[in-house]
Design a protein around this ligand. Structure first.
Ligand code: TRP
Ligand code: SF4
Length: 364
């Protein structure tokens, strides 16, 4: 059982084997200019992404839905979702960004006014600074609590969902009150409403998420099936990305500041943090020269892989130097720290400009 509100680490292989998530790499050859996250296996799994491949190939309309849960500061791991949205934006998708203030209220006790503030000042500000264009008419951002169509649809869909089913999906460690139990129905409606007639009717929809969200995806796909005759829904697709490792080796989490580089960190702080990160280096320099480092167990390498090196050849070169013991962790960290500094310098400049733009995003 996966609990989306308190998932610890997940075994990606097992997810693929047990829950019917398909390996993403099998589709890679069919996608024109796959993104960095796709090429590097960070997006490792999918359900029915074939619908999206087809829409891309035939230049047919499709939508992307991915919500933000305002419950803390954004860290570098969260950048991944924005990178994916930018890729889809370039592919001309309709983009829906629900702000999960209802979920945040019922699952985390965050007040609605607080969610709104956090979403605008932290999340949307960062999304803009990272390069997502909210001015485009293809981007639809809304607060769950203010979207009448989503709430109406959720209520209608709830008619064909019963308690036993919710218990089977979320377990007893999951939702504990009715508001919390209902929150997933709002998310299901977030995902399905772009297929309503008023939104252009049935179409492929993809939901890029972390694997902790898969219970919601399974619920959505089941419900879509049940309402097929009424709404003609096409079963939504999903993709799953790996989570970036925290600086100390476990999960990167906003609630554990030692594990995270926050997007709002100054370039100095970000640079210092990367220098404290756990590496895949050996006990001694001698040993590392002899055996080489282990990039697959290295937080520094992961940062390069996910966020700092666009060129696949350059990355392969770093990996080879590490594996063959030609570069030591000290030097490698210093080089990486420079790249982190550059990224964070640009980001902090862009955040300044993004701030006032963000406040206007919910206005129209
Ligand atoms: N539950 C998601 C989270 O915890 C947020 C969310 C709300 C969402 N609606 C969504 C995600 C629709 C994907 C699609 O982050
Ligand atoms: Fe990580 Fe670099 Fe050390 Fe290799 S050399 S283990 S990539 S820090």
């Amino acid at each position: 059982m996966i609990d989306p509100w308190s998932s610890t680490s997940l075994d990606y292989e097992k997810l693929v084997q047990q829950f019917g998530i398909k390996p993403f790499r099998d589709l890679l050859g069919d996608i024109e200019n796959p993104s960095l996250l796709m090429r590097r296996g960070i997006i490792f799994g999918h359900r029915d992404f074939g619908h999206i491949v087809k829409a891309l190939r035939e230049k047919k309309p499709f939508a992307v839905v991915t919500g933000m849960m305002p419950s803390g500061k954004m860290h570098i791991g969260h950048k991944m979702i924005v990178d994916q949205l930018i890729w889809y934006q370039n592919k001309k998708a309709e983009i829906y960004i629900p702000i999960a203030d209802m979920e945040s209220y019922s699952a985390r006790g965050v007040e609605f006014s607080e969610s709104r503030k956090l979403a605008l000042e932290e999340y949307i500000t960062n999304y803009i600074a990272l390069g997502l264009n909210f001015k485009s008419k293809n981007v639809h951002t809304y607060l769950q609590s203010e979207n009448r169509d989503v709430n109406d649809l959720a209520y209608k869909l709830a008619l064909k969902v019963n308690w036993n089913e919710m218990k089977a999906i979320y377990g007893f460690s999951g939702p504990t009150n009715i508001a919390h139990l209902y929150a997933p129905l709002i998310q299901v409606a977030d995902i399905l409403h772009p297929q309503l007639e008023a939104y252009g009717g049935p179409k492929p929809v993809v939901v890029p998420v972390g694997p902790d969200q898969d219970p919601h995806i399974r619920l959505t796909r089941d419900i879509a099936e049940r309402f097929k005759t009424q709404f003609h829904f096409l079963s939504p697709s999903s993709t799953y990305h790996r989570f970036i490792t925290g600086l100390t080796g476990g999960k990167m989490s906003s609630s554990k500041p030692k594990t995270a580089i926050f997007l709002s960190d100054s370039p100095d702080v970000a640079e210092k943090k990367i220098k404290t990160a756990k590496t895949g280096g050996r006990e001694s320099l001698d040993e590392q020269k002899k055996l080489g480092g282990m990039p697959e167990d290295c937080v520094v390498y992961e940062m390069l892989l996910y966020h700092l090196v666009d060129d696949d050849h350059e990355l392969a070169e770093i990996r080879n130097q590490c594996r063959s013991g030609q570069i030591m962790c000290g030097e490698c960290k210093a080089q990486t720290a420079l790249k982190v500094r550059e990224l964070f310098e640009t980001l902090s400049q862009k955040r300044e400009k993004a701030r006032s733009k963000a406040l206007k995003v919910l206005e129209d």
